[in-house]
Design a protein around this ligand. Structure first.
Ligand code: ADP
Ligand code: MG
Length: 413
């Protein structure tokens, strides 16, 4: 089946082709007709399966078909995203898809000056991509007119509904026209959140792709049992044995992100950290450095676990077992995107065994264990120790050289 089969506008088809999409992915294929038909949709599909385009393409088509005049300061479609980075990323995908369509896209998120965002909002926006914080902020200041909004989309829907914004979302929904479309997209969902989603819409069409195996089939994932304070040696070895490959490393806290990053730098592995303590500019710089291959490792907390789409990242390392079980699915989903294959390794210390059990319960089965014998373990520790020895030896040499020079000087005197 090709995109042409859905009767999409020629200009939209040209944009899809320009993005290099030859045929729809499963979720794009399954979501297209219900969304084009105006249904509310709750779609669950694994990480990296093209959910952004799965809601964006039919939403754009519907907006082009409806030809409702742009209302002063009005917004016709809202896409909600949990983080700044995801608002930017989805905004960029939407921008590519609306070329020559007559529609415009605006991404708004916190951490940047709101004045230019307000100015653009007041001119009218067809598709607004927003983080909830900034959006409800601008809304409460009266800058957001949603009275003609035709489509509301919640990406990473379970997280969006769980962020404590449900009351704001209900308020928002009340102000939207009765005849509107609501779309939920995510890789994970639980019963509680599903009920919340249903409370906002009328009888949504349920679409689920491979619900049993939450981890994308493109990802090979396993666990290695290691001691907490030996984890860095394993990471160092993976990085150095695959010098051409980029790695996303997930840690539990911001402090640990900094520490792991420093530990890698000390052994000459290029690394950068990304977490919530950093300003927006630093976060963008970190992501750019990683995207542009200036660093091999991105050490991140769970704020980066969801949605971020960086092609060609062959490894994800869970340096810490995730506290929130569903984050396991999102973390390992940063590899194996689109048509790529990926590997995910979880380093589990004895004190994390219980947390790992919760993860395995959540994903519905045990994760394969990587077997590491004593020889391999020694080899890994030696692998790193060798570096330290080199450093140590070079210091000794320097000291010897200094003394030798001193001797010569003294003799001359
Ligand atoms: P998800 O939201 O499901 O995790 P994304 O929407 O971020 O996934 O897409 C993952 C990757 O797949 C992106 O790099 C995107 O460009 C690519 N992709 C999406 N749809 C297609 C398609 N039809 N053909 C080829 N690649 C696609
Ligand atoms: Mg996504």
């Amino acid at each position: 089946m090709k995109f042409q089969a859905f009767g999409l506008n020629e200009r939209l088809l040209a944009n899809i082709e320009a993005m290099g999409f030859r045929k729809p992915t499963d979720i794009q294929y399954k979501a297209m007709r219900p969304i084009l038909g105006g249904d509310d949709v709750l779609a669950i599909a694994q990480t990296g399966t093209g959910k952004t385009a799965a809601f964006a393409i039919p939403a754009i088509e519907n907006l082009m078909r409806s030809q409702r005049r742009l209302h002063y300061s009005g917004v016709r479609c809202i896409v909600m995203e949990p983080t700044h980075e995801l608002a930017q990323q989805s905004g960029a995908v939407l921008e590519k898809l609306v070329v020559n369509s007559g529609l415009n896209v605006l991404a708004i998120y916190g951490g940047v000056d709101q004045a230019p965002q307000i100015e653009k909002l007041q001119k009218g926006v067809d598709i607004l991509v927003a983080t909830p914080g900034r959006m409800f902020d601008l809304s409460s200041q009266g800058y957001l007119d949603v009275s003609l909004c035709e489509i509301l989309i919640l990406d990473e829907a379970d997280h969006m509904l769980d962020l404590g914004f449900i009351d704001d979302i209900r308020q928002l929904v009340k102000r939207l026209p009765k005849h509107r479309q609501t779309l939920f997209f995510s890789a994970t969902i639980n019963e509680k959140i599903k009920k919340l989603a249903y409370s906002v819409v009328n009888k949504p069409v349920n679409i689920r792709i491979s619900p049993k195996d939450m981890v994308s089939r493109n990802v090979t994932h396993c666990v290695l049992m290691v001691k907490m304070d030996e984890k860095r040696f394993y990471l160092e070895r993976i990085a150095k044995e695959h010098p051409e490959d980029r790695i996303i490393v997930f840690v539990r806290t911001r402090v640990r992100a900094e520490r792991v990053c420093q530990a890698m730098k000390r052994v000459d592995v290029r690394a950068v950290s990304m977490h919530g303590d950093l300003g927006q500019k630093e976060r963008n710089t970190a992501l750019d450095q990683f995207r542009n291959n200036e660093v091999q490792i991105l050490v991140a907390t769970d704020i980066t676990a969801r949605g971020i789409d960086i092609p060609s990242v062959p490894f994800v390392v869970n340096y810490d077992v995730p506290d929130i079980p569903e984050n396991y699915v999102h973390r390992v989903g940063r590899t194996g995107r689109g048509m790529d294959k990926g590997n995910a390794l979880t380093l589990c210390a004895p004190e994390e065994k219980e947390t790992l059990k919760e993860v395995e319960e959540f994903i519905g089965g045990p994760i394969a264990r990587m077997v590491m014998d004593a020889v391999e373990r020694e080899a890994t520790l030696d692998f790193s120790a060798a570096n330290k020895q080199d450093d140590w030896q070079s210091l000794i040499f320097e000291e010897e050289a200094r003394r030798a020079k001193e001797k010569i000087k003294n003799k001359k005197k």
